[in-house]
Design a protein around this ligand. Structure first.
Ligand code: CIR
Length: 258
């Protein structure tokens, strides 16, 4: 299943690293969010949408507040202080589904920095995720190797690298040192479309790519992958992409199917 959080009117003042070319259109963001939700459903995820939280403008970027491994969740301590209150509702929602642990200060980590692929956890050493956060993740990982990856550009590791197969990573090499993905195949995204590196692998194996990245989508199709696109322009204005908008609980789905 996938957990989402609705778009509040306050999303218009979500955090941004640079002023967007035009103000965030909240109505459009809501319709893009609904398209995204429907696409996750069509790709095999049951979805649950938490109500919008006006007091938390960035709360639709729900991925950042939890890391889910199997049937356990680590509630993070988001790197930006303005986002820390987002954890309360997400904790409540996840408690009903998985066992929950909570990260404590001084650790900070955003879920957007955690990439699970090839039996490892790659974690972005970014503006949002500190060394103590990586140490907490390592303990939480309980033996699964954790590989820190310095994030040279963009907000999070997954802004620049995501899994498109069990051992294949789509990555923007200007932001991450691809050699750290040792033993995995790395498909490089060109410098002109770094946002294309932020993809979601649907439960049915198809890859969700942000609309407007035709050349990357075509390359994935040529590799034999099914590709589906959704427009997320309003979320991109607040430095967000496809992964940020949901917490995917793949194990819960697998258990329910069995
Ligand atoms: C922030 O600055 O925290 C939000 N405006 C964007 C968060 C995007 N999340 C993600 O990439 N996982």
């Amino acid at each position: 299943m996938a957990l989402l959080r609705g778009v509040p009117a306050s999303f218009v003042s979500a955090l941004t690293s640079r002023p967007p070319p035009s103000p965030i259109d909240v109505d459009l963001a809501r319709s893009q969010h609904e398209d995204y939700r429907r696409t996750l459903e069509s790709g095999g995820f049951a979805t649950r949408v938490l109500p919008p939280a006006e007091e938390h403008p960035d709360s639709p970027f729900v991925e950042d507040v939890a890391v889910v491994l199997g049937r356990r969740a680590l509630i993070t301590r988001p790197g930006h202080p303005a986002r820390r209150g987002e954890t309360v509702e997400v904790t409540r929602a996840l408690r009903g589904l998985v066992a929950v642990e909570t990260m404590q200060p001084p650790a900070t980590l955003d879920g957007g920095d955690v990439l699970q692929v090839g039996g490892r956890l790659f974690v972005g050493a970014s503006r949002r995720t500190n060394r103590a956060g990586i140490d907490v993740l390592r303990r939480f990982a309980a033996g699964t190797p954790v590989v820190p990856v310095p994030v040279r550009a963009g907000l999070h590791l997954k802004s620049a690298a995501t899994a498109i197969g069990p051992d294949v990573v789509l990555a923007w090499p200007e932001a991450v040192d691809a050699s750290l993905f040792e033993g995995l195949e790395v498909v490089a995204v060109g410098g002109e479309e770094p946002e294309a590196a932020n993809t979601v692998r649907l439960a049915d194996g198809r890859i969700l790519v942000a609309a407007g990245h035709a050349s990357v989508a075509e390359r994935l199709v040529r590799r034999g992958l099914g590709v589906v696109t959704v427009d997320v322009t309003e979320f991109a204005k607040a430095d967000g992409g496809l992964t940020c908008l949901s917490i995917r609980l793949r194990e819960v789905d697998a258990d329910e199917a069995s």
